[in-house]
Design a protein. Sequence first.
Length: 318
Amino acid sequence: MKLLAKVFLLQFLLLQGMLHAQDIQYVLAESGLNMRSSAGTSGEKIGKLALGTEVEVLTHTGNSLTISDNGKEIKGEWVEVKARNGALANKSGFVVSGFLGEISPPVPMAILVPGNFHGEDVPPNSGSREWLGLFEGEEGFYVSYVEPSLKRVYDSMLDVEGEKTGWKVGTNNKDTCTLLVAGLAVNEGKVDHYPIEDKSPLPGSSIYFEGPKVPTSLFVTGRAELVDYGLLMKEYALTLRSGKGTEDYTQEFLHIEHLEETRVEILWSGDIDRDGKLDLLINTSNHYNLYQPTLYLSSRAAKGKLLRKMASFRATGC
């Protein structure tokens, strides 16, 4: 009798679990998906869910519809969802289910930095993406979703009078913006910063980072020589070492054959993806007329590796 009661109890618990199982889906719309306050196009727009945003489906309305999207018919129904990450994290609203899927789509990462740039330096789809800003405030560094300010401006190098082909990239945030990232889904809030003194290390030097969960050091190799126009470096490489004991990993993650009249610069070091490990933003330019911030993340590194190059922004000078 007791055995039978246990069987019935187990079946009941399994049924309850099935009834309360979360229905997790991902946004598949490349240009983003509008979230509305009610089921219908007349519902007020709460905001836009970016490609790859994770949502929990709360209710099905049964209100079916077909939408034409770039000549393709999308069939679905209005469903109520709750965003689990991104700019609308923890907010609920209604979306069309035809733009959702059970498998997270690949989301290409991109970065921008504040400043004035030539027209071709800023990707044309930048205004339609969801951006996460890395800011420095009074209490340290933090990340927050933000709509960047992209304004056409006069390019003193290329424009004639009356033209405005350049771009000015910025934000409306009062705090200093270090970086803008698209395609990185993390919660807003404080992030750890691992400050260093030597931001442009020469071959033969090393840097120890205070802060990561495990001991982490950066080693610089290569050859440096003085020439007529300044310092020339060859076979410049950055190697990261992290861990202790048997869990000790080493990875050369940057190698540049020639550095002409410029030096590699570590623009920011910390933990933007909050996995307790080192992330880096480095100007990897090999020429004085090129500015190339590159983002390296630890959470996206392959097995046995410490960092993965995620995105670069290229800006040319004159």
